[in-house]
Design a protein. Structure first.
Length: 256
């Protein structure tokens, strides 16, 4: 545990020494803030129109029209930003040659992996904490449902764990950070859009593609439904790519 803590502190410090954490946090706030502003303005316009149109007032739902898009929009922005957080975790070590030192220290591969994963996850949680300001604004002026808020953030946390696990694996494959980021982005986008092909193939295969889609499971969380299959899928996805990362590190030892 002490070795994991040492790696975690080193990696967390490196995030704030470089501009990566600041750029990612700023970019996330600017983009999601703009999208949130548009949703609020649109909802406000409909609310004003509903004062003279009773049937329109009945269709207004702040949870569906403002809260739900917060989580979907945040997840889309994170597709682009998480690769920036994970691209350097192992690829930078390979490029500078410090991976050789790391792997020859009295530290196991799993300890190095967990330390780096934990540091990246901490930055991710900070990003989500910044995102909390939007639901708080809605709560001040409206009455959103608490259930979808809680389940939505649980879904984003699980989604982030999956994104980070895939990104760390990509980073362990190459010494080029840009290549690692592109592999991560492309892979996330692939798993993100698998559900789009559901209606284009036969039902058994379509159901499998929908189940493997990162987006389809998040939609359930954003609507206030915490499904066991969604939790199991995100955790299984994460463990699978962390396992592949360990195998990648072991192959590095074998090759010397």
């Amino acid at each position: 545990m002490r070795r994991i803590w040492a790696v975690w502190k080193k990696e967390l410090r490196s995030y704030f020494v470089s501009p990566i954490a600041y750029v990612v946090c700023t970019g996330f706030l600017v983009i999601t803030g703009y999208l949130f502003y548009n949703n609020i303005i649109y909802y406000s316009i409909l609310s004003l129109q509903a004062q003279s149109t009773p049937y329109l007032f009945e269709s207004l739902n702040v949870t569906e029209m403002v809260i739900y898009p917060i989580f979907i929009n945040a997840s889309i922005v994170l597709i682009f930003l998480v690769p920036l957080l994970t691209m350097r975790l192992f690829s930078e070590e390979k490029k500078t040659g410090t991976i050789e030192i790391l792997l020859t220290y009295p530290i196991r591969d799993v300890e190095a992996l967990l330390g780096k994963f934990g540091a990246c996850l901490c930055i991710y949680l900070v990003i989500l904490a910044l995102n909390l300001s939007y639901p708080l604004i809605v709560a001040i002026f409206g009455k959103p449902e608490i259930g979808p808020l809680i389940s939505g953030y649980i879904g984003l946390i699980l989604l982030g764990v999956a994104f980070i696990s895939l990104g760390i694996f990509a980073s362990s494959l190459t010494e080029n950070q840009i290549v690692a980021a592109v592999i991560t982005f492309g892979s996330i986008l692939l798993f993100w859009g698998l559900g789009w092909s559901k209606d284009l193939v036969a039902p058994p295969l379509g159901d499998i593609l929908a189940h493997l889609s990162l987006l389809d499971h998040l939609r359930s969380f954003a609507k206030g439904v915490i499904e066991v299959k969604g939790v199991v899928y995100y955790l299984s996805f994460s463990f699978f790519f962390l396992f592949l990362t360990l195998r990648s590190l072991e192959s590095k030892r074998w090759r010397g």
